[in-house]
Design a protein around this ligand. Structure first.
Ligand SMILES: Nc1ncnc2c1ncn2[C@@H]1O[C@H](COP(=O)(O)OP(=O)(O)OP(=O)(O)O)[C@@H](O)[C@H]1O
Ligand SMILES: [Mg+2]
Length: 234
């Protein structure tokens, strides 16, 4: 099984070299914990090896994402960025591809199919879906959501791309997608004595050894760094 680097210093050491290629992974965390930063850093790492990268932004507008990521010195021009926007009066979503002709509108129920189509058309090695929380909200009941998300992850595996999906989580509750993904990385904020500390935990990683300690994280002007040998508990 071939491993690929995430491109996040410290995290690759915690993962004994990286994540197994061709599988779907989940990065879950609260607001502003660095989910998007980690994901874009993963795609930038792929670009170093001339891999194709696709970023599906379901919540943030592509132009804002590009501006935010420029702060880390990352130019997203070589990444295929697709964003969606929903017309609130009709409930219809449209999928926009930056720099390309705008795509036809589609209904909520078709979102997953559209994602599949995009990946098949472009053939990227690395894919980000940010965030799965929006996809999950397409379903009224948990059973259907779980079945559909599992089906979607299986499709992603068959397409051969290594995918990171993000999920919003706040608090200790386990999300259903944590059971379905091949690996789960959690990002969170620890508050102690009025100080905020960003932290990372590898919750699971099928088929691989990994460091199972909570490690401190810093977001710097070059992106995310994990301190793989430091403890958050003093
Ligand atoms: N140069 C920098 N130095 C330190 N922190 C930074 C720097 N640039 C951005 N940040 C911070 O990094 C955090 C991570 O942002 P990011 O968008 O990756 O989080 P997120 O988990 O995707 O958030 P959301 O839930 O809103 O999508 C933000 O709070 C941002 O303010
Ligand atoms: Mg984000």
């Amino acid at each position: 099984m071939e491993k690929i680097k995430t491109g996040v210093p410290g995290l690759d050491e915690m993962l004994y070299g990286g994540i197994i290629k061709g599988r779907p992974y989940l990065v879950a965390g609260g607001p502003g914990t660095g989910k998007t930063t980690l994901c874009v850093q993963f795609l930038m790492e792929g670009l170093k090896n001339n891999e194709k990268a696709l970023y599906l932004s379901l919540e943030e507008q592509a132009d804002e994402l590009k501006e935010d990521m420029a702060l880390f010195g990352w130019n997203l021009d070589k990444i295929r960025v697709i964003d969606t926007s929903q017309d609130l009066s009709t409930g219809v979503w449209s999928l926009r591809t930056v720099g390309l002709i705008s795509k036809p509108e589609f209904n909520l129920k078709n979102l997953v199919n559209v994602i599949k189509e995009k990946i098949e058309d472009y053939g990227p090695q690395r894919v980000i879906i940010d965030s799965l929380t929006s996809v999950k909200m397409l379903y009224d009941d948990r059973m259907t959501a779980r079945k559909e998300i599992l089906g979607f992850m299986n499709v992603l595996s068959r397409l051969g791309c290594t995918t990171i999906l993000t999920s919003e989580s706040s608090g200790p509750d386990t999300l259903m997608e944590e059971f379905l993904a091949c690996g789960v990385i959690k990002l969170f904020v620890i508050e102690e004595k009025g100080e905020r500390l960003n932290a990372l935990l590898i919750q699971k990683m099928r088929g691989s050894k990994f460091d199972n300690h909570i490690r401190p994280v810093k977001i710097t002007d070059k992106g995310m760094i994990v301190y793989a040998t430091e403890s958050v508990f003093k």
